[in-house]
Write a protein that binds this ligand. Structure first.
Ligand code: 2AM
Length: 176
């Protein structure tokens, strides 16, 4: 069996938004709230594939390359805390239809290829803090980052020297 890699499809955030988000996060959450995700790792997952081999990866990449969907705008203007998973997140109050369609397609292609998908409804989010298992006070909803989503990508999650790093393996353009 080929080497397995931990993979997921996601949208990256522009560098400018990432810098602005991490500044806001530092101003908003105390250090004890949780472990901040590195700026370079801020992303919004579309579909989580789990640990998969080369053959399945190639098949899913081919299917991803056949997706014809329009670019869309996304506004991150909501935040929340999931104490069970210890995640503090940023997300859209209103998910654009394009985002839901793209995630739905990638998730159903993944499921058909045998990548088990969470039975929970898709909740688009950018994880800001991890290990946030104690109550966290959330800020008033007076923040907002808007971005144009013109591409999506396949990432490998690599854990080495005590750190997780996300390495982009391929990406695809949405139509304009
Ligand atoms: P999280 O940030 O909410 O933990 C890489 O790990 C990405 O895949 C992260 O965005 C992570 O979401 C997501 N992820 C990890 N395990 C997952 C799972 N079992 N189901 C859905 N998404 C998962």
């Amino acid at each position: 069996m080929s080497e397995q890699k931990r993979l997921f499809f996601a949208i990256t955030l522009p560098e400018e938004s990432r810098q602005s988000i991490i500044q806001w996060r530092a101003d908003t959450f105390p250090a004890e709230a949780g472990r901040p995700v590195a700026a370079a790792n801020l992303h919004l997952t579309l579909a989580f594939l789990g640990d998969i081999g080369e053959e399945k990866t190639q098949a899913l990449m081919q299917q991803a390359g056949r997706i014809r969907q329009q670019a869309f705008s996304l506004t991150l203007d909501d935040a929340g805390h999931w104490p069970r998973s210890g995640v503090v997140w940023l997300g859209p109050k209103q998910s654009p239809r394009g985002l839901l369609q793209l995630a739905e397609l990638l998730r159903s292609q993944a499921a058909r290829s045998g990548c088990s998908q969470s039975p929970l409804p898709y909740h688009p989010h950018v994880t800001l803090l991890r290990n946030a298992t104690h109550p966290v006070s959330l800020p008033p909803r007076n923040f907002s980052w808007s971005l144009r989503v013109e591409r999506f990508a396949l990432f490998q999650s690599v854990f080495a020297q005590g750190r997780t790093r996300y390495q982009q393996l391929a990406d695809w353009a949405l139509t304009q």
